[in-house]
Design a protein around this ligand. Structure first.
Ligand code: NOJ
Length: 566
């Protein structure tokens, strides 16, 4: 490793940022092939800017055979054919930077595509120089080397006839896991990061990054410990995870003014600082999934959300030291849509509910994330079994059909709520037949509700969800109290209200959100030393009350009071 060159000291701009996630395949198609692309994104940059976000996170745009929509990369230094060219990329990033928007790319390096040249070489023979880029093992008789299961159903090993060995794939068999124990692999990853930093990229969202270090010897999993995913304790936050991340930070992340966020199943709020604290030099933040798994048994079967349990999870993350940055999100490309999920499936008063959820999440401390379409209240789609196209749902259906057909009705009802397809329907730009997304045959079914739920309609309505998002994000920007004020939760056991105060010196923002579609009683907490109060922002057209007082909180009301304290 050469001498460390600091090109740009860290400004930690992400502390105050809200990031807009784009799933490029479904965002905007510029050439009528039915697939979103980079020129489509370029055409919407003014729209993105108008939202008031500071950065964009792009799901993968690299060359890929698309077994998992780009999360299977065959060339890390080139653009996927359907999405455009490197010249399009250069124009897109310039367009973003000209508008003051940073660009976060997806870094998918737990695995590559099986069509990546490293894997094609690795397969050829046991002594190929690339063999050790992947995890190859002999089987146990006719069985795979261990009992680990893939995240996409079925064994995590695939037998390859050429050399008579198995390779590990924690996702699909077209996504072989890289062998991070090999120093060459780690240097390749750092070089890829630096290649994109040199092109002006401002950071990375690191895909399943907590899976990169496997327990040596790859021991069998234990169902009781691992459920629902056999083997996971042997690779989630494995023994060399911190060492690898530290090294990557040294070689790449710390050399530019970057922001990194790791997709980090397995990191708990108690040990998060070991991975994300500014003093550590690994990642800047992580996505954890406790709060979006809180309405599921063993991460699979949906059940009703308990608000106290949910608030507790979020409050735990707020208790991190100021030097450890939380993330605030409800949606992404793997999650079902947030409405009406997080308001216990109450379908009346949608506009108020969507606006309330935004305030509830983003008055907390952390980097905010909004997933495309969330800003207009896009919803899950109704699909027939044969209309699901994501690898996760199709693998579940295919496997159960063969092995346990009696479970199919349960799988169908779980997928209706849970499938990743729900977040991947085309972005609803207008009410026309193809919703302004494409002029061709869309790669995925358009949600029929685009006739009502679309950007064009909401642009023309001052009270729309979209315009509230703009108003709120504008309000949130640059507020010291929100960036670094303390977080004090109230009424933690209350099943309807989410109430918390953010305090810095003698200034505070007191947030009250009603998760129910009916009035709920609220009493001003006794310990607040209020000198004066006024409404800072509310989702109601007119504030229900101009000052903070004990009263009924209106259905789905979200209100933030600015307090001056004694
Ligand atoms: C997490 C990504 O968010 C998901 O979409 C993908 O399928 C897996 N990682 C595998 O890369």
């Amino acid at each position: 490793m050469g001498e460390k060159i600091i090109v740009n000291p860290k400004t930690r701009w992400y502390k105050d940022a809200v990031v807009y996630q784009i799933y490029p395949r479904s965002f905007c198609d510029s050439n009528g092939d039915g697939i979103g692309d980079l020129r489509g994104i370029i055409s919407k940059l003014d729209y993105i800017k108008s939202l008031g976000v500071n950065a964009v996170w792009l799901s993968p745009i690299y060359k890929s055979p698309n077994d998992d929509n780009g999360y299977d990369i065959s060339d890390y230094r080139d653009i996927m054919d359907e999405f455009g060219t490197m010249a399009d990329f250069d124009e897109m990033i310039k367009g973003m930077h000209d508008r003051g928007i940073k660009l976060i790319m997806d870094l998918v390096v737990n695995h590559t595509s099986d069509e990546h040249k490293w894997f094609l070489e690795s397969k050829k023979s046991k002594d190929n120089p690339y063999r050790d880029y992947y995890i190859w093992r002999e089987g146990k008789g006719k069985k795979p080397p261990n009992n680990w299961m893939s995240n996409f159903v079925g064994p995590a090993w695939e037998y390859d006839e050429t050399t008579g060995e198995y390779y590990l794939h924690l996702f699909s068999k077209k996504q072989p896991d890289l062998n991070w124990e090999n120093p060459k692999v780690r240097q390749e990853v750092a070089d890829i990061c630096n290649f994109w930093f040199e092109k002006g990229v401002d950071g990375f969202r690191c895909d399943v990054i907590t899976y990169i270090s496997k327990v040596p010897g790859l021991p069998d999993g234990n169902f009781l410990k691992d459920a629902p995913l056999m083997g996971q304790h042997n690779y989630v936050m494995g023994p060399r995870y911190h060492e690898y991340m530290h090294e990557l930070n040294e070689r790449a992340f710390s050399r530019y003014d970057t922001m990194t966020v790791g997709e980090a199943a397995g990191i708990t709020f108690k040990d998060a600082y070991k991975s994300i604290d500014e003093s550590v030099g690994e990642l800047d933040s992580v996505f954890t999934f406790e709060h979006v798994n809180a309405d599921m048994y063993i991460q699979v079967f949906p059940h009703k959300l308990s608000l106290p349990k949910w608030k507790k999870i979020l409050s735990n993350w707020q208790s991190l030291p100021l030097t450890s940055q939380p993330t605030l999100f409800l949606e992404n490309h793997d999650q079902p849509r947030s409405w009406p999920r997080f308001v216990m499936y109450e379908k009346n008063n949608k506009e108020l509910a969507c606006k309330m959820l935004l305030v509830a999440m983003q008055m907390m401390r952390g980097t905010g994330y909004i997933y495309q379409g969330q800003e207009i209240g896009m919803t899950n789609i109704e699909l027939k079994q044969e209309e699901y196209i994501d690898i996760m749902a199709t693998r579940i259906f295919d496997t159960l059909k063969k092995t346990a057909p009696f479970l199919m009705p349960i799988a169908r009802s779980a997928m209706a709520k849970r499938a990743r397809d729900h977040a991947r329907t085309p972005m609803q730009w207008d009410s026309s037949e193809l919703c302004g997304f494409t002029t061709g045959k869309p790669w995925m079914k358009i949600n029929p509700n685009h006739v009502d739920v679309n950007v064009e309609k909401q642009e023309n309505d001052v009270d729309s969800i979209l315009n509230f998002y703009r108003k709120f994000l504008h309000f949130r920007k640059g507020k010291d109290v929100i960036i670094s004020g303390s977080y004090v939760p109230y009424y933690e056991k209350n099943r309807s209200l989410f109430v918390y105060n953010r305090v810095l010196g003698n200034k505070a923002y007191f947030t009250i959100c009603n998760f129910k579609n009916k009035p709920i009683s609220f009493k001003v907490p006794k310990d607040l030393n209020i000198k004066s109060s006024k409404v800072a922002i509310t989702n109601y057209k007119e504030p229900v009350s101009d000052v903070l007082m004990s009263r009924k909180i209106a259905p789905f009301e979200a209100v933030v009071y600015e307090l001056e304290l004694k």
